[in-house]
Design a protein around this ligand. Structure first.
Ligand code: NAD
Length: 424
């Protein structure tokens, strides 16, 4: 099957709706988004020319609360991808049991080729395109791949100007000092580490003897690697879009040092390695493809979708995979990994610390309260541990993989809300 993210998402949904015997009317509604917005953004470039970009916002399901999900600026954005991501958000919010539905947005663009001014004009134009359909009780966007707190600041400003009042709860992932929450920047990674710690305990492993490879060195990949290193895990390989590095002679690496090296010279277009993780010396270079096949205890895909497919699932040597990226494993690969007894912690659980952190940012914005980072993580941790324990127990009891268990719990919650609201 083609690696079409939405088809993959629907394959997982079908497995679960059949298992739990979900009502036909609810199943039909869950197989398509409630609303799809596709629009053009004419972007005035600094040289006076105009690029016409394609933008999306998909609102999948809002039975449990406002649509919730990030905005991606990436050249490979497609409607199928945004639909899949919006569905996964609905599932993720239900896994974390937070009162949100699922949505997602994206623009087909390479933001690295834009000046700061162009990026700001694009961000504000995107908001004007969706403004009528978002708001704190309607749809609450956030950052995703290649969008940042700074971009959220422009977006919340644009939305507030359009509506004539300050509305910080319309976007999450804002900078601290503009309604952003302490801890939000690292909450996805920190949440993943709570789950990894819990899994390592269940498997009877010791962090100091647990070897980890991380694909992707952005917000999620870097901070996950950094926190795991600080907790004593052995980080043996990391990568970014240009390539990766692997420890020589089994000597693990400090992700913070790698980041310092990555940033030291700045990216030089067309020059291999400069300004990327593989600029770090004392390590051997490795391709993203090979990194996935390293004999490690935990493999952490933290970049993009469809990294582990039917083609390479048989070569994966990790004992466990923790999906910090959204959708890095295809359904066919899932089946192969399950047969090979490789534990897979699904994205809808592993990276849900991000949206749970966003939820607490939204709560603070709505109440006018401000919490310390410790308070924020003190609320995120028990939610994630509970979700992990429930999913792990269901997996063991019903002899199903953790993704199916997570979906059973989440789809059950969404279906219950739909039934209570009379949507069935
Ligand atoms: P980011 O933009 O900060 O970083 C993306 C990283 O992936 C960069 O290091 C980039 O070099 C690397 N990358 C891009 N293309 C690659 C490729 N082909 N091979 C290997 N590496 C590649 O993005 P992020 O916020 O860290 O998001 C990463 C993943 O985590 C995405 O799947 C995103 O949907 C998911 N996620 C993010 C959050 C969040 O709070 N940021 C929350 C939940 C899930």
């Amino acid at each position: 099957m083609a690696n079409n993210p939405f088809q993959n998402a629907m394959t997982t949904l079908s497995i679960v709706t059949k298992r739990i015997g979900l009502d036909a009317g609810i199943t039909k509604q869950l197989r398509q988004p409630k609303r799809i917005m596709e629009f053009q953004i004419p972007l005035r470039r600094d040289d006076g020319s105009v690029d016409v970009l394609t933008a999306y916002r998909v609102q999948y399901n809002d039975a449990r609360g406002p649509f919730k999900g990030g905005i991606r600026f990436h050249p490979d954005v497609s409607l199928s991808e945004v639909k899949a991501l919006s569905f996964w958000m609905a599932v993720k919010c239900a896994v974390g049991d937070i009162p949100y539905g699922g949505g997602k947005g994206g623009v087909i663009v390479d933001p690295h080729k834009l000046s700061e001014g162009e990026l700001e004009r694009l961000s504000r134009a995107y908001v004007r395109g969706i403004a009528q359909y978002i708001g704190p009780d309607v749809d609450v966007p956030a950052p995703d791949v290649y969008t940042t707190p700074k971009i959220m600041a422009w977006m919340v400003d644009e939305y507030s100007k359009l509506t004539g009042r300050w509305q910080p709860a319309t976007f999450t992932g804002k900078p601290v000092g503009l309604g952003g929450s302490l801890g939000r920047e690292t909450s996805t990674a920190q949440g993943g580490v709570y789950v990894i710690d819990a899994m390592v305990k269940k498997l009877g492993w010791k962090p100091a003897a647990t070897r980890v490879a991380v694909q992707g060195f952005g917000n999620v990949g870097f901070h996950t690697a950094r926190i795991l290193f600080e907790k004593g895990y052995q980080i043996v390989a990391v990568s970014d879009s240009k390539g990766g590095i692997v420890a020589k002679n089994g000597k693990p690496m400090n992700p913070a040092h790698v980041m310092t090296t990555k940033l030291a010279r700045g990216k030089i277009d067309g020059v291999y390695c400069v300004g990327t993780v593989c600029d770090a010396k004392n390590y051997s270079p490795i391709t993203n493809k090979k990194l996935l096949e390293l004999p490690v205890d935990i493999l952490i895909p933290a970049a993009l979708e469809n990294q582990i497919t039917a083609a390479n699932a048989g070569r994966i040597k990790a004992k466990a995979i923790v999906e910090m990226a959204n959708g890095p494993i295809t359904p066919e690969a899932d089946v192969k990994l399950w047969k090979r007894k490789i534990t897979v912690v699904p994205d809808v659980l592993a990276n849900s610390g991000g949206v749970i952190g966003s939820y607490y940012e939204w709560v603070q914005n709505r109440t006018g309260d401000e919490w310390s980072e410790k308070e924020v993580f003190g609320k995120i941790e028990p939610r994630m541990i509970k979700a992990f324990n429930d999913i792990w127990a269901m997996g063991n009891n019903e002899k199903i993989d953790l993704r199916t268990a997570a979906y059973q719990i989440a789809i059950g919650r969404i279906a219950k809300a739909m039934t209570l609201r009379g949507m069935a």
